[in-house]
Structure formats: C-alpha cells, structure tokens
Design a protein around this ligand. Structure first.
Ligand SMILES: *Cc1c(COP(=O)(O)O)cnc(C)c1O
Length: 397
C-alpha cells in the first residue's frame, strides 16, 4: 500500500531528503540513527506523556463550536491547542526535542525564530531542563516582536540578533545552521516546524502527532466514529497541520484542507502561498516547494501573520498537495482578520492570526449538514491583539 508517511530514505514522494553541508553529515546521521529508538523507548514515552499532561496541560479539549457550526451548516469541532502552556502547539515539539537532546548527551540548545513563538517555546523547555539556550532571530523581527524577545531573556536564553539578508526568519535559520556547523558535537538544534533535513520533518510530525491521537479518542467518544469528514489546519512550515493529520494521513475518508497565507493576494507578489506559487527547490536542507525568482533566488515572503511567512513548506505537505491528497487554499490577510473576529464573536475565542487562516478556509468549502469537521486552533490571539485592532473594520462584522 502506498503511504504518505516518510520512506526509508527520508523522502515523501520527490520531496524531503537531507541536503546538508559535509560538516553536519555526522550529527544529522547521529540524529537519524537515534531518534526512532528514543521515541519508541518506554523511558522517553513515560517522561514525554507526563510532561504533556502536567506541564503542557494535555489533552487539549475537542470543543463542539455550536454557533460556528450553525453558521457553516455542518458540525465543527475545534482542537484547542490555544489552551496549551505558552499558548500554542509549538510546546509539544520543544518538550519532545529537548528530551531527545538530553538522551543524546547534548549540552547546548540552539534554535531559530521568526515571530518569536518557537524561540519562547524553546527557551521555556531549556529553563525547565536547565540547559543553555541560544536563539537566532533577525534584527527586523527583534524590533517587531519585542515582548517575545523579553520573554526569552527572562527565561534565561541568549537572543542573537541576525543582521544578514532581510534580517528575518530565513536569515536567522541560516545563522543557526552556521552555529550548528561550528559546534556539532555538543549542540542540539531544535527546529520549530516540519522543515529542515531528514529526520526533522518526520521527528517533528511524530512529536506533534499527539494532536491527532487525541482527536481520534475524543471523536470516538463524541461521535461514535474516530474519523472526521474534514481536517482543517493552517500551514507555515506545517507542524500543527502535520500533528492534526498524522494518524489520518493514509485514511482517505478524512479529507485534508491546508490553509496557507495568501498575504495581500497570491497575484500581488506580497504573499506566502508557497504551495500554490512555489517551485521545487532546496531550502534549509530539504527539497520542497520554495518561493523563488527566475534565477532560483529565494524570495522574501509576506503575510500579516508572522508565523506563516516562511518561503518554504514542509516536504510532507508538498507531497500531499502534489498527490492531491490535500486541498490547499490561500487565505488572504483580510479574510483571516474577518474570520478571527467571527470566531471571537460567535464563540468567545480569540484565535492566533495563524489559526485565523484555518478558520478562513471554512468559507471556501461547501459542507453537507452531516459533515463532521475538525479544525485545529493552533494558538491563542493574545500576541496579535494590536494587529486585530489596527485592522478592525466595522463592515467585516
Ligand atoms: C508557529 C505557528 C504556526 C505555524 O507553524 P506550523 O509549523 O505551520 O504549525 C501556526 N500557528 C501558531 C499559533 C504558531 O505559533
């Protein structure tokens, strides 16, 4: 049977792989040769489960959103990753990776961050585990995301400003990779999404797969069947989406809808709609769709949501889109804002701007009344209140 999961060489169809400099070969090999054994060991499972329960606050609820359901004429459940410690799904991954790092005897943690959410999630688990933490962040992002920078510092991390390129996520990632090349023996690189060289996309997807593991149990309890008709999630690099679909990926009864950031519109050039506009290329060690110009240079993406403006996309999702297993919709800034206000007024839940893109996808699908929909609210909107207020339009309500 064909599977959409990773093959033994680290590929999803033609996407994925590990395109890395020679100097990193040994540490990526080391990770590749240990991660499955660690993830499957009893000691890891016990420690991970305990922390997910008592530290992160799992299981996250599967909430039947009655008023939202009525509006869209189907049954919509929200998977509430916004209720996790630190306010999003990212903590599932950082808790898992730091446990792997410790088992591999690493002493020092590095990470890249764009908006600062992954930086905060990494600094959080480093404080918890008493490990040194260095976070690379573009100077432009440092200026835009002051509060997250202060949180990381309060948690004890060193935040290194990156001044190359456009001084954003892509440049921060390059700098983190450079650091890793200089300290391959003692340093563990915690990547924040299902991107990077194999085994990262698979490792992150497995750590986030707790989301769909819980959905299965919760749906069975509430609906008497463990699969929905639709799964909907937003995609930046793809980790919350990967977690949401992981245990359904080869079960075609559950349709997959991925919402990427359309920005100001996919034809405007100011967009992060990587799957729709990207061409095959290599970014940060993986072969996937990349937004690039005629000369193959990576183009700076744009989205109102800082968590979605990555110029690449996880190889898992590139393959699901190429094989038509997933439907990909681009949600523009204004549509996301409108959907965020809608959820807030209908359900009393202020979603993260990223999650608002997933909500925007509801308007692009024709549902049947008996359809059961699970939509992942990847994070809470506290960090986005200013953007919401700046973009508030009376006529959207
Ligand atoms: C970082 C972030 C995302 C995007 O990352 P994925 O890896 O695509 O999940 C989405 N939602 C929130 C709340 C985030 O913080």
């Amino acid at each position: 049977m064909k599977s959409y999961l990773v093959d033994e060489n680290g590929y999803y169809g033609e996407f994925g792989g590990a395109y890395i400099p020679e100097i990193l070969y040994k540490c990526v090999e080391e990770l590749k040769n240990t991660y499955l054994e660690v993830l499957q060991s009893e000691s890891f499972k016990q420690e991970f489960e305990l922390l997910l329960r008592d530290y992160v606050g799992r299981p996250s609820p599967l909430y039947l959103a009655n008023r939202l359901s009525k509006k869209y004429g189907c049954k919509i459940y929200l998977k509430r990753e916004d209720l996790n410690h630190t306010g999003a799904h990212k903590i599932n991954n950082t808790v898992g990776q730091i446990l792997i790092a410790r088992r591999m005897g690493k002493k020092r943690i590095i990470a890249e961050t764009g908006a600062g959410q992954h930086g905060v999630a990494t600094a959080t688990v480093c404080a918890l585990m008493d490990m040194e933490c260095v976070v690379y962040m573009g100077k432009t992002d440092i200026e835009r995301q002051h509060i997250n920078v202060e949180k990381m510092k309060m948690l004890g991390a060193t935040v290194v400003p990156v001044t190359s390129g456009n001084m954003t996520l892509k440049d921060a990632t390059n700098e983190a990779i450079r650091d890793w090349c200089c300290h391959p023996a003692d340093t563990f690189y915690i990547i924040g999404s299902t991107v990077g060289p194999h085994p990262y996309p698979d490792m992150v997807a497995r750590l986030q797969s707790i989301i769909s593991e819980e959905i299965k149990k919760q749906l069975l309890e509430k609906e008497g069947r463990d699969y929905p008709d639709y799964l909907i999630a937003c995609v930046g690099g793809g980790s919350n989406a990967a977690g949401t679909i992981y245990h359904y990926i080869d079960d075609e009864r559950a349709k997959i809808v991925l919402a990427e950031a359309g920005g100001k519109g996919i034809e405007t050039g100011m967009t992060a709609a990587t799957i729709q506009l990207g061409k095959i290329g290599i970014i940060h060690g993986a072969c996937t769709f990349v937004i690039q110009n005629e000369d193959g240079q990576i183009e700076e993406p744009y989205s109102i949501s800082a968590g979605l403006d990555y110029p690449g996309i996880g190889p898992i999702h590139a393959n699901l889109a190429a094989k038509h297993r997933a439907t990909v919709v681009a949600i523009n800034d204004d549509e996301a804002i409108e959907s965020a206000y809608e959820l807030t007024r209908l359900e009393g839940i202020i979603p993260a701007l990223e999650s608002a893109h997933a909500l925007g996808a509801l308007k692009k699908i024709m549902f049947k009344p008996e359809d059961v929909v699970v939509l992942t609210v990847s994070g809470r909107g506290d960090k986005d209140i200013e953007t919401y207020l700046d973009n508030y339009k009376k006529e959207t309500l």
